[in-house]
Design a protein around this ligand. Structure first.
Ligand code: OGA
Ligand code: MN
Length: 207
């Protein structure tokens, strides 16, 4: 198992283009402690509030006519951050992600037109089987982003994000303490966790 390029929040804030370097060189990067803890806490509170109001819906797989609920493939329940039930933390987060999009367009000329993101809660025992974030018939999603919202996470809690790099090696990232950004063409999976796993998954799109 290999490790990923790593930026801490200070390095990323001082020079966000280092993320572009990491994506170009390795296709993925871990950004520790970013976005800042107060925003991650507010996002977790908002996700919890949505859960209390049944604001999350079970995710489905496949597109259009072939959409189906398959919790053996994907067990999370989600709510898009641009939903009217979401508030300030979601708007703040989308603004941050929009700034990253602008930076990646400037540095890598990716032509990314928009960002989208949803809250995701995986129940204990649930994961997301190995997949790409691009649909077979669409390459609109170019860059994937995941921010982890659990306040704490133990070594034995499971729930790693596993990424398959281009050379076939894998990286496992525990879902806590920051964000990961990777090219949407890379295969990845969410391994089942022993407890509920909270996150935001986002994408930068070329439409
Ligand atoms: C996804 C996904 C990864 C994670 O939502 O498509 O791969 O670590 N999420 O939550
Ligand atoms: Mn994915």
């Amino acid at each position: 198992m290999s490790s990923l390029p790593f930026l801490n929040a200070d390095a990323f804030s001082a020079d966000p283009s280092r993320l572009a370097d990491a994506l170009r060189d390795r296709g993925a990067c871990w950004i520790a402690d970013w976005p800042p803890q107060p925003l991650r806490d507010a996002l977790r509170d908002e996700l919890r509030a949505l859960q209390g109001r049944e604001g999350l819906a079970p995710a489905s797989v496949g597109r259009a006519g072939a959409r189906a609920r398959r919790d053996d493939i994907r067990a999370d329940s989600t709510c898009w951050l641009d939903d009217p039930r979401c508030g300030e933390p979601a708007r703040d987060f989308l603004m941050h992600l929009g700034e990253v999009r602008t930076m990646l367009n400037r540095t890598l000329f990716l032509g990314l037109h928009s960002v989208e993101a949803h809250y995701a809660a995986y129940p204990a025992g649930g994961g997301y089987a190995r997949h790409r974030d691009r649909f077979r018939d669409s390459d609109a999603r170019v860059v994937s982003w995941v921010t982890y919202l659990n306040a704490d996470w133990g070594n034995d809690d499971g729930g790693a994000l596993r990424i398959w790099e281009e050379d076939g090696s894998t990286v496992d990232l525990p879902p806590v303490g920051g964000s990961v950004c990777f090219l949407s063409e890379l295969e990845h999976a969410v391994l089942p966790a022993h407890r509920e796993r909270l996150s935001i998954a986002g994408w930068m799109r070329r439409d």
